[in-house]
Design a protein around this ligand. Structure first.
Ligand SMILES: Nc1ncnc2c1ncn2[C@@H]1O[C@H](COP(=O)(O)OP(=O)(O)OP(=O)(O)O)[C@@H](O)[C@H]1O
Length: 275
């Protein structure tokens, strides 16, 4: 299997305190596959994603190699990286609102992003965006384009980000807890759109989540992180069926306990509904 992205010995530390956040991560993203990164809060999932995009806060330093199509992203200039972001590597973050410019109408924001990568006129951009927004089931896309981010829900903003990705057609999408801030129904809908996005674009994906239920639905492979280190890796099926590391066993058992509780509650609801 060919890897599209190869991260070797990625080290991330805080230059102000010298605290090492990620000591030495090595992993690959197989072409066309979805790699989930799971782990508890603070285990280093987000800083790893941002390191690939070279978007960490300037106080965080990073060394190591990030190979993507014959280039080590860690050695590229900011200008070269800017060309890769969006068109080749796309990051979708947890809080949709902060990904947008609050003072900018959605349509204007989309135009600014797309004109950086395509030689398209205003009309073509609008057509492409409207088609993509319709495909992620956003109703009345023209109206949405004339709204500000704060006038839309978190689920809608995430779907607009997915629509933008559909137009940009990146080779890698990095989604950092994209459904976490949403209510359960929007979580389900947005996850379905992510699955569709993979099917339509055939792109590769890194999907960060602390929700193993979500991971099971979307990922082919899983990396488990704890305190900045990768403690387990393997196919989603293998990791769920026979977790090797104690910490993964803990994560899987907690997940099972939560879903049993959920089923129990749902059954209770069903009994109540029958009455
Ligand atoms: N800009 C920063 N400066 C200094 N330390 C940081 C910075 N960003 C993150 N950290 C630290 O790095 C560690 C890993 O953070 P990170 O956000 O990657 O965790 P995470 O696994 O994504 O957690 P969560 O699920 O809560 O998002 C934490 O201890 C955090 O405090």
């Amino acid at each position: 299997m060919t890897s599209l992205l190869e991260v070797r010995n990625l080290k991330i530390w805080d230059s102000r305190t010298e605290k090492i956040i990620v000591p030495a991560s090595t992993f690959q993203l197989t072409k066309g596959s979805c790699l989930a990164i799971v782990g508890e809060s603070g285990s280093g999932k987000s800083v790893t994603c941002k390191a690939i995009m070279r978007l960490n806060n300037s106080s965080l330093q990073q060394t190591g190699e990030i190979w993507f199509k014959g280039e080590n992203l860690n050695t590229l200039s900011e200008k070269q990286m800017r060309k890769k972001r969006g068109k080749q590597l796309c990051l979708i973050i947890q809080n949709g609102m902060s990904a947008f410019d609050p003072s900018c109408l959605i349509g204007v924001f989309a135009r600014e992003v797309l004109t950086q990568h395509f030689d398209w006129g205003r009309k073509k951009i609008e057509e492409e965006m409207i088609n993509a927004m319709e495909s992620v089931l956003l109703q009345e896309p023209s109206k949405i384009m004339r709204k500000y981010p704060h006038q839309l829900s978190g689920g809608m903003l995430q779907r607009i980000m997915i629509a933008l990705a559909i137009v940009l057609k990146p080779e890698i999408i990095i989604a950092d807890e994209p459904t976490t801030a949403l209510d359960v129904i929007s979580q389900y809908e947005v996850l379905e759109q992510f699955k569709k996005l993979r099917e339509t674009l055939g792109c590769s994906m890194i999907f960060v989540s602390h929700d193993l239920g979500v991971v099971k639905k979307i990922a082919d492979e899983v990396l488990v992180m704890k305190d900045g280190e990768i403690v387990e890796r393997g196919s989603t099926k293998a990791v769920f069926l026979a977790p090797k590391h104690e910490y993964t066993r803990f994560l899987v058992s907690t997940r099972l306990a939560v879903s049993e509780h959920f089923n129990h509650v749902m059954k209770g609801d069903a009994v109540l509904a029958e009455r």
